[in-house]
Design a protein around this ligand. Structure first.
Ligand code: ADP
Length: 369
């Protein structure tokens, strides 16, 4: 059993020593399922590979349990790694693929047999143990790769985009399998993905990265509801959060409003308090509101704007309406599928201001208490 402590980790490449991972600082709890997520090139794999020992650390410390592992070779770190490319030996059976590492370690035959069968049972691949990888589906092959990792009995599982070679349906299925596996094994998982849905559905905690820097490390619920900045707010959630620029004005003494070109929305007291504290009165800020917090019903009588219906996307259970409210970008709202309109039809839109977030216009940082 082991948590991981990462202290002020840096990775620098090339002649100019450009840092691609910067001041990465994180405690990963024992048995936690932690997900690194962010756009391609943000440093997720590099960080994972430094934990695995496949990349040298330029600066900082990595502990697995109480052991400083900076200079330990991968095989001594008590970890197992699963990659996107599962790299099975094509001429070996599933059984032999799973047993391979144990044979190298010269474990007794009966121990190997027990370990392989136990892994096969957990992963439900017992019927395929005699098959060669080419006679397996993508999902089954990925399970064999997981089996190879499980039999090593590691303290920590490191996974780098393990599902990205699978088709969409299988990915969803394997997502559940990996969550089940984490529960069954009761060890620490660190999982890299660029897919925010995978991050949201799998992680106990998510680390959102950009340009080698942690933007936020929190539970999926907190990241979704209280993103630290506009980057996190837009990266997590689909369709993405709406951003609207407007000026904070004091309409009558003691009351603040968010004023756009054509509309003004009264701010709830707690928002007004935060924006006052950050001296944003008379300044332009960015309001963020998720599509599900914009409604057609006029429930929120103080926060109605009129939009022109542009188009919609039917997603089955939901419909996403795109409304022109005089901003650069349309306002997107998530509604029930039966609502749709004629192009350019005027529609009253209610913004649930209790769910609105406010961000610094230039830095994108969310204003907080
Ligand atoms: P991610 O996993 O988030 O897609 P990576 O960790 O693979 O990102 O890469 C982070 C950055 O480091 C990228 O800009 C990538 O080009 C750079 N990088 C990765 N490996 C090397 C290397 N061996 N030499 C130089 N730059 C590298």
């Amino acid at each position: 059993m082991a948590g991981i402590t990462i202290n002020h980790l840096y990775k620098r490449y090339g002649k100019d020593k450009q840092a691609v991972v910067k001041d990465f600082h994180l405690d990963i709890q024992d048995k936690e399922f932690l997900v690194f997520v962010g756009p391609s090139g943000c440093g997720k794999s590099t960080t994972l590979r430094m934990i695995a020992g496949l990349e040298d650390v330029s600066e900082g410390e990595i502990y697995i349990g109480d052991t400083l592992v900076n200079n330990l070779p991968p095989k001594d770190r008590d970890i197992a790694m699963v990659f996107q490319n599962y790299a099975l030996y094509p001429n070996l059976s599933v059984y032999e693929n799973i047993a391979f590492g144990l044979r190298l370690r010269k474990l007794p035959k009966h121990e190997i047999d027990l370990a392989v069968k136990r892994a096969a049972r957990v992963l439900e691949i017992e019927p395929y143990l005699d098959r060669k990888p080419k006679h397996l589906s993508g999902g089954q092959r990925q399970r064999v790769a997981l089996g190879r990792a499980i039999v090593r009995n590691p303290k920590v599982f490191l996974m780098d985009e393990p599902l990205s070679n699978l088709d969409a349906k299988l990915r969803v299925q394997m997502r559940t399998e990996i969550i089940k596996l984490h529960k069954a094994l009761g060890v620490t998982f660190v999982y890299v993905t660029h897919d925010q849905v995978e991050a949201m559905t799998m992680g106990d905690r998510i680390v959102v990265m950009k340009d080698g820097i942690i933007q936020q490390a929190d539970t999926p619920e907190t990241i979704y509801r209280y993103p630290n900045n506009t980057f996190v707010a837009s990266f997590i959630g689909s369709p993405q959060m709406n951003f609207i620029e407007g000026r904070i004005i004091e309409s009558v003494p003691g009351k603040l409003e968010f004023s756009m070109s054509r509309f003004s929305l009264e701010l709830p007291e707690d928002c007004a308090h935060i924006l006052e504290k950050h001296k944003q009165v008379n300044r332009i800020v960015t309001l963020g509101i998720r599509p599900e917090d914009v409604h057609l019903e006029e429930l929120y009588s103080d926060s109605i704007v009129t939009g022109l219906y542009k188009f919609s996307e039917l997603m089955g259970a939901d419909r996403f309406l795109h409304m022109d409210i005089g901003q650069d970008k349309p306002l997107v709202m998530r509604v029930q599928p039966q609502f749709h309109y004629q192009e350019n039809e005027k529609v009253n839109i209610a913004l649930d201001m209790t769910k609105a977030l406010f961000f610094h216009r230039d830095t994108g940082v969310r204003f907080t208490e």
